[in-house]
Design a protein around this ligand. Structure first.
Ligand code: GDP
Length: 366
């Protein structure tokens, strides 16, 4: 499953945010019987209005949203890469994640200690990112040593070691791995790169955590962090973790009322989940039938057989063709038969790139 790790300094609101996600998970649990419950993982639905529309139209027995796993990565502190506060163990947990939500404290509260004395979003970001970078340096150094030993007898290893050396210099200069120009043509290096799972290569969503007074209009800390995220082409969301936790206990109507009393129209969790989905380069296609209407997660750009493989590997192996109706066409016709009759149901082959919002039937050999 797709997982996003929640990181940040102590006392910034990570647990509060994670509790809100866990409550959301538990409220939705009936829809995800296949998800195992783990204490540091919250599996939540990706909200999608189109899925609701398709449900209203097709009236299936059940509806299943796409989902994202959030992983609580507590315990990151200054010195984590040197093993402070069980640091290395936590850093290892991030390696398994596809992206990072970096929670940054943007609220003042005399009663809640800041580990570095005062609220300063960019300093805090730098503290955490330095630990991630130091951890990557260690991983690359270790890998380079191994490659250099192999290089004595193996030509491929020698070429890979040379690129690894450039990567090491890049990191040593304080640059994140995500800004390294990858030699896509060097398969051996790319394999090494993927195995390393470098922490500073992962996409980041900076999440400004504010208090109730700043949810609608933000504050100076939020502006600073937002500009920083934009400069880096990273994701950004502003939330009030405390409010999110309170919201999760309420009915839909009560939630809407509470949100509007704060002057916002959407919960921060919804924004984070959606931003996470986009940051990972994901999109959804739908299957619609009398039993079930369901969203399936794929990467933008996937072709039909690969997209079919998300449902079942047999669908990919035995792929024959796909019958595709766009979401808009589906909604503007009476039913599927009408789509077929008016020619908006298309028959697509192996090379078709599945689009966000396609309603698809796969035909396959077993
Ligand atoms: P963590 O150490 O990053 O997991 O932080 P916690 O979630 O435990 O939060 C630390 C403290 O900050 C707790 O006392 C929270 O109640 C408080 N806190 C978290 N989010 C907010 C917020 O949005 N506004 C205010 N005023 N306090 C918050």
């Amino acid at each position: 499953a797709l997982s996003i790790g929640i990181v940040g300094l102590p006392n910034v609101g990570k647990s509060t945010l994670f509790n809100a996600l866990t409550k959301a998970q538990n409220a939705q649990a009936a829809n995800y019987p296949f998800c195992t419950i783990e204490p540091n993982k919250a599996t939540v639905a990706v909200p999608d209005k189109r899925l609701q529309d398709l449900t209203n139209k097709a009236k299936p027995q059940k509806t299943i949203n796409a989902s994202v796993d959030f992983i609580d990565i507590a315990g990151l502190v200054r010195g984590a890469s040197k093993g402070e506060g069980l640091g290395n163990q936590f850093l290892g947990n991030i390696r398994e994640c596809a992206a990072i939500v970096h929670v940054v404290r943007c609220f003042e509260d005399e009663n809640i200690t800041h580990v570095d004395g005062n609220v300063d979003p960019l300093r805090d970001v730098d503290t955490i990112e330095t630990e991630l970078l130091l951890s990557d340096l260690q991983s690359v150094e270790k890998r380079l040593e191994r490659l250099q030993k192999m290089a004595k007898t193996n030509k491929d290893a020698k070429a890979t070691a040379e690129i690894m050396q450039t990567l090491l210099a890049h990191l040593n200069d304080g640059n994140a791995a995500r800004n390294f120009s990858l030699p896509d043509s060097n398969e051996a290096f790319m394999t090494s790169w993927r195995e390393l799972g470098l922490l500073t290569a992962k996409p980041v969503i900076y999440c400004a955590n504010v208090d109730e007074t700043a949810v609608a209009d933000g504050n100076a800390f939020v502006e600073t962090l937002k500009a920083f995220a934009a400069e880096r082409h990273a994701g950004f969301a502003c939330i009030c973790a405390k409010l999110e936790e309170e919201l999760q206990g309420l009915s839909d109507a009560e939630q809407a009322e509470m949100l509007s009393s704060y002057g916002i129209d959407e919960s921060g969790l919804v924004r984070i989940i959606r931003t996470g989905y986009e940051t990972l380069g994901l999109c959804s296609y739908f299957t619609v039938g009398p039993q079930e209407v369901r969203a399936w997660t794929i990467h933008v750009g996937w072709k039909a057989p690969q997209a079919a493989g998300v449902i079942h590997t047999d669908f990919e192996r035995g792929f024959i063709r796909a019958e595709v109706i766009s979401y808009n066409d589906y909604m503007s016709h009476e039913n599927e038969a009408a789509c077929r009759a008016s020619g908006v149901l298309r028959v697509e082959g192996k090379e078709y790139v599945v689009k966000d919002g396609d309603v698809v039937h796969f035909l396959f050999n077993v």
